[in-house]
Structure formats: structure tokens, C-alpha cells
Design a protein around this ligand. Structure first.
Ligand code: FMN
Length: 197
């Protein structure tokens, strides 16, 4: 879907992260389908762990505004996150918790206003047998309830992620590649339709 701009997020930014690799595979599929992809490193936002006293003393950190602005510039969000003990990572939750504290300012909407009705595609990757599948419902609940994002029903959890990629970062298994493309294509369809609605 040409003209759609996708914000690409990974719930892990560690070196060699399988979710970053999966996000890169999804990004390539989105570009091939004509979308523009803008990656954002959540770790680089340098958001401290949310703390009400810190907010009172210093306000909402600049990183939250960077996330808001990246969302404002995007038609859709593609997120690949590992699960930590069955939940999306603190990097994801903390980033969006800070985002939710932003009020409208400078002609820009609030943090929650920025995410509302924004299409979301979800992926997960893990060396485990479930690939992070257990966390996807929580990710969806978190981002679609308060943040009012429109999670497309297609989702994919990459199991045995430590064996899934070749030396170029491509998925070895064509069925897994097709599953990623299924999520990406659904996301682009919804985002494209909303953009022109
Ligand atoms: C605190 C913690 C909790 C974890 N919990 C799970 C889990 O519930 N399910 C799972 O499949 N893997 C779990 N793992 C393993 C991660 O899936 C694995 O570290 C994975 O490589 C993280 O994703 P990344 O490669 O994108 O950094 C956990 C790892 C950590 C550090």
C-alpha cells in the first residue's frame, strides 16, 4: 500500500535481538509493498522508569515527546516484542506509560490522542517454543484498551527464533516469512483504508 508510513518498534534493543531481526524482516516486507518505514529505537528515548515524583519535579521527559512526534508522523505501528514472563517488556510498557502522561500542547494532541485509532500490527519472537505468543494478548490489551489502537487480528509469534534466521537476517522458513507478510499486509490494508477514508 503505497503512501502508508509505518512506525517500526522493537520491545528489545539489545545487540542481536531476535525481535529487532523480526522487525527488520517485517520492515522489508512493508517496503516491498510500497510503504515507507520509520524505525524508532525505544531505548534511545532514554525514558526513566515512570515515577510520579520525578514527573512532578521535572515534567514528562523529552523522550515521550519524541515518541509522540514519531506516532504523529505515522499512519500505522508495527511492533515486535519479546515476552518477559508472559508480558510485553518494560521497555514497551514504560515508553507508553510516559506517552500517556503527555497533555495536548503546541497544537499537538495528548499522548493518548496520538495513538487513538492508529492501526497496530504485532509480532513476537523468542527462542522458546511459543515464540512469545502468550504476551501478544497482553500487548493487544494494553495498546488497544487505553491507547485505543486498532490492533489487526493477524499476528505472529516466531518460535525458536535463535534458529530461524540465516546469516543475512532473512527467515529460513517460507511459511514463517508468509506469516510475517500476512501481518504486514493486513496492517497496510487497514492503514491505507483509514488514510483515504
Ligand atoms: C526477564 C526475562 C523473562 C523472560 N520470559 C520469557 C517468557 O516468558 N517467554 C519466552 O518465550 N521467553 C522469555 N524470555 C527469553 C526471551 O524470549 C529471550 O531472552 C529473547 O531473546 C528476548 O528477545 P530479544 O532477542 O529480542 O532480546 C525471558 C527473558 C528475560 C530476560
Amino acid at each position: 500500500m503505497s503512501g502508508v508510513r509505518v512506525l517500526l518498534l522493537s520491545g528489545s534493543e539489545r545487540q542481536g535481538s531476535f525481535n529487532k531481526k523480526l522487525a527488520a524482516v517485517a520492515a522489508e516486507a512493508a517496503r516491498r509493498a510500497g510503504a515507507e518505514v520509520a524505525p524508532l529505537d525505544l531505548r534511545a528515548l532514554a525514558l526513566p522508569l515512570y515515577d510520579g515524583d520525578l514527573e512532578k519535579a521535572q515534567g514528562v521527559p523529552a523522550g515521550a515527546r519524541a515518541l509522540r512526534d514519531a506516532l504523529l508522523a505515522s499512519d500505522a505501528v508495527l511492533l515486535s516484542t519479546p515476552e518477559y514472563n508472559g508480558f510485553p517488556t518494560p521497555l514497551v510498557i514504560n515508553s507508553f506509560d510516559w506517552l500517556s502522561r503527555l497533555q495536548p500542547e503546541d497544537g499537538k494532541p495528548s499522548g493518548l490522542g496520538t495513538t487513538a485509532n492508529k492501526p497496530l500490527g504485532m509480532l513476537a519472537a523468542s527462542p522458546g517454543l511459543l515464540g512469545g505468543l502468550r504476551s501478544l494478548n497482553y500487548t493487544k490489551q494494553f495498546l488497544s484498551m487505553t491507547f485505543a489502537m486498532l490492533a489487526v487480528p493477524q499476528q505472529f509469534a516466531l518460535a525458536r527464533a535463535n534458529e530461524a534466521f540465516d546469516e543475512h537476517g532473512a527467515l529460513k522458513d517460507a511459511k514463517q516469512q508468509a506469516a510475517v507478510e500476512n501481518v504486514v499486509n493486513a496492517l497496510l490494508r487497514v492503514a491505507g483504508a483509514l488514510k483515504t477514508a
